[in-house]
Design a protein around this ligand. Structure first.
Ligand code: PEP
Length: 252
């Protein structure tokens, strides 16, 4: 029987959030302090909110993450943020290879791998996103695409402790559509299997595999008990504590 790793529910705030949004984090932190969750809980705000959010979250076990990082630790890269800077601002992790980055910034697997390696260099956990488009799924290529992204994006520095894989079908992100739980189980089981050959250090069984794409309070419970699903990456529903907390509490 597979030893299940402790699940992780992570919120991706994308380009949302001002200082006024910290009240959501106050509510989340207070709830976590009152009743311990059955999973690790993380919010990945815009970089501008990391430091103030760290102050709000400090008495709780809420972890913080960045949404992207540059592969270099410093340099002439106007507008970019390094993994070391995210760590310095209070992050414990960083999302890399989100489909919005792959699409908006033409990021390729090789870029994602360099960013994940940068996260490891800085002592951050890398949350590496993979996922197929609707066209690719309809063509029966979902597993091939995900396998290719995984192989190309996973750096040699990855271990079960410093790396999380988020399976996010592109067509499910922000659309209200979700794959069937059987489809999610098929992809996650495939990722787990591929990790046996790809992970050079640590146990593939202990790598957390998150599902992401229109996770809501109404569907979280069934997704979170799906085979080989070790948590969720949540976009829209992580912006409001009244939606995010029920998702966290759906983890058992
Ligand atoms: C995401 O962007 O990582 C995501 C899963 O978004 P949503 O939950 O809004 O579909």
């Amino acid at each position: 029987m597979r030893r299940t790793p402790r699940p992780l529910v992570a919120g991706n705030w994308k380009m949302h959030g001002l200082k006024s949004s910290l009240k959501q984090v106050r509510t989340i932190a207070a709830s976590l302090a009152k009743t311990a969750p059955a999973c690790d809980v993380m919010i990945c705000p815009p970089a501008t909110l990391l430091r103030p959010m760290k102050d709000v979250a400090k008495a709780s076990k809420l972890k913080l993450g960045g949404q992207d990082c540059h592969a270099s630790s410093q340099g002439a890269h106007t507008g970019d943020v390094s993994a070391e800077m995210l760590k310095d601002a209070g992050a414990a992790a960083v999302i890399v290879g989100h489909s919005e980055r792959r699409e908006d910034h033409r990021e390729m697997n090789v870029d994602v791998r360099a960013k994940a390696a940068a996260a490891h260099r800085a002592g951050l956990m890398a949350i590496i996103c993979v996922g197929e488009t609707l066209k690719q799924r309809k063509a029966g290529a979902a597993l091939r695409v995900v396998g290719h992204q995984l192989k190309g994006s996973l750096p040699s520095t990855a271990t079960d402790k410093n790396t999380v894989i988020a399976y996010e079908p592109v067509w499910a992100i922000g659309t209200g559509l979700t794959p069937t739980v059987d489809d999610v189980a098929e992809v996650h089981t495939y990722i787990r299997k591929r990790l046996q050959a790809l992970l050079l250090d640590g146990s593939p069984e202990r790598v957390r595999l998150l599902y992401g794409g229109s996770v809501k309070p109404a569907n979280a419970a069934e997704l979170l008990v799906t085979k080989n699903v070790d948590g969720a990456l949540v976009g829209g529903a992580s912006l409001d504590a009244k939606d995010f907390l029920p998702i966290v509490r759906a983890c058992r």
